[in-house]
Design a protein around this ligand. Structure first.
Ligand code: NAD
Length: 499
């Protein structure tokens, strides 16, 4: 059995806590490795090393820091296939989807190559007689991030690339479900020229997370995962005086207007609802057709598309549409929620129960499900399922569809399918959701914009990546300077306005 490690001070280090978690191959159901779960003492060691290494890294000029990012991009491209395979093997997603996971992280690294420009401060010449004011953005020191299982390459890079480009040290606590790729990324950053101790990976569970939240040296915490944990980390981190941003769960609605191109909408729903087995925070999990006629036509188009989906292991390459879910517990939770849908009266029009794949009977595969005639009080509508289950809730009017998305507690992403520019514009303006697609099913912004939901999908003031990330990982210092001519005037005791 392979025993994974932590990555501390530039080396793979065995866990010493004596606690481990199983890492599965979701396609076969086999335990393929065990990952150490750090104790607070192991976390403290990493923090001490980071605190020692960080000042010298912050003193490296931003252009040189950016060159490490440039080299890292080259290495990510070199090792793309290796990374994608390791990712698929632990997560279960298809290889092309795994390569996309790496690619979307890589694009944030590319953005961070702009650090010299992004870190430029502000300057006011002659703010008063002989007085200049300048503001600079300085690194925070030691920063940390806690990441989910569903994007084990992209989300760590969303955090550590800007943190490190800004001159911080970063401690990553990845998901214990798929920790291998984060360890590989840390190795590649050092191969790219990053000094030891600036990026460390400490594997673990709640104990390691609490050690981060309680450590007085750690200045900021980034979190992506489920909403209950996001709320816990945001509350505890903030009350311990840290800068915290937490991104939580989702229930993303797609509104399908009567004038939409329904073939296009059905194709989009199938990709956005079932891709990565629905284990995406930007997956569309609720379809809201407007009017019964639209709904009937849409369901008619969806059924054959969903029934044709190919579900299988990542080793089948491009021949599968989606793979298994991450654990047996995730599968059981999806099955439980599907049963609540049936019990509470929704109509299961594509039934993925009892899906079996020959040769992979112990894998965590879930067949595709489609519900019609669901209502807002049902668990399949109120809760995040995080599986290949699309729930249709019919609306009588555009206003009812809009209100439905607005009333839901989550506000990560949403989309509208229509040919009507006025409806699309109204929707984009009025909706209380952070990321909006107009005839685009998964509106994940590119690296140079920012990513973040509203309502119970995000806690904190700043979004991930884009310009917000450079604000999150730095603090502003403003200097007001007066040079010798002022001193010649003698002391000044009144608090004066600039004139
Ligand atoms: P999760 O909340 O179970 O775990 C996320 C991280 O928190 C992991 O590193 C885990 O070890 C840690 N953790 C788990 N339980 C903890 C506890 N009790 N105390 C402290 N830390 C704990 O989430 P997951 O299952 O890995 O990921 C799926 C969830 O993440 C979904 O809800 C999905 O919507 C969400 N997600 C959100 C975004 C976004 O940007 N909003 C992006 C990706 C995933």
């Amino acid at each position: 059995m392979q025993e994974l490690t932590h990555y501390i001070d530039g080396a793979h280090v065995k866990g010493t806590s004596g606690r481990f978690a199983d890492v599965y191959n979701p396609a076969t159901g086999d335990v393929q490795a065990k990952v150490p779960l750090a104790s607070p003492a192991e976390m403290n060691t990493a923090v001490e090393i980071a605190a020692k290494a960080q000042p010298a890294w912050a003193a490296v000029n931003p252009q040189r820091r950016a060159r490490v990012m440039m080299k890292f991009v080259e290495l990510l491209n070199r090792d793309m296939d290796k990374l994608a395979e390791a990712l698929s093997k632990e997560h279960g997603k298809t290889m092309p989807d795994a390569a996309g996971d790496v690619q979307r992280g890589l694009e944030v690294v590319e953005y961070c190559i702009g650090a010299p420009q992004l870190l430029k401060g502000e300057y006011t010449d002659g703010a008063g007689p002989g007085i200049d004011i300048y503001s600079m953005r300085q690194a925070l020191g030691v920063t940390a991030g806690i990441t989910p299982f569903n994007f084990p390459a992209m989300i760590p890079m969303w955090m550590f690339a800007p943190a490190i480009a800004c001159g911080n040290a970063f401690i990553l606590k990845p998901s214990e479900r798929d920790p291998s790729v984060p360890l590989m990324l840390a190795e590649l950053m050092e191969e790219a020229g990053l000094p030891k101790g600036i990026l460390q990976v400490v594997n673990g569970d709640k104990e390691a997370v609490d050690a981060i939240l309680d450590h007085p040296v750690i200045q900021s915490v980034g979190f992506v995962g489920s909403t209950p944990i996001a709320e816990y980390i945001y509350g505890k981190g903030c009350s311990n005086g840290k800068r915290v941003q937490c991104f939580g769960g989702a229930k993303n609605h797609m509104i399908i207007m009567p004038d939409a191109d329904l073939d296009q909408a059905a194709d989009a729903l199938v990709g956005a609802g079932y891709g990565a087995a629905g284990e995406r925070c930007m997956a569309i999990s609720v379809a809201v057709p407007v009017g019964d006629e639209t709904a009937d036509r849409l369901i008619e188009k969806l059924i054959p598309r969903i029934e044709a989906l190919k579900v299988g292991p990542y080793t089948s390459g491009k021949d599968v549409d989606y793979g298994p879910v991450v654990t047996a517990a995730a599968k059981a939770n999806i099955e439980r929620l599907v049963q609540t849908g049936i019990d509470q009266g929704a109509k299961l029009v594509v039934d993925g129960r009892d899906f079996k794949l020959q040769g992979y009977e112990d894998g965590f595969f879930v067949g595709p499900h489609l519900f019609d005639h669901a209502t807002k009080d049902m668990d399949i509508y109120t809760q995040e399922i995080f599986g290949p289950v699309l729930t249709t809730v019919r609306a009588k009017s555009y206003e009812e569809a809009l209100a439905m998305a607005m009333d839901h507690e989550y506000g990560n992403g949403t989309a509208i399918y229509t040919r009507d520019g006025d409806a699309a514009r109204d929707f984009a303006n009025r909706i209380n959701i952070g990321m909006v697609g107009i005839n685009v099913p998964i509106p994940v912004p590119l690296a140079y914009h920012t990513f973040g939901g509203w309502k119970k999908s995000a806690f904190g003031d700043l979004n991930q990546h884009g310009p917000d990330s450079f604000k999150f990982y730095t603090r502003t210092k403003t200097v007001t300077a007066r040079w010798p001519s002022g001193i010649k005037e003698g002391g000044e005791f009144n608090f004066k306005a600039m004139d």
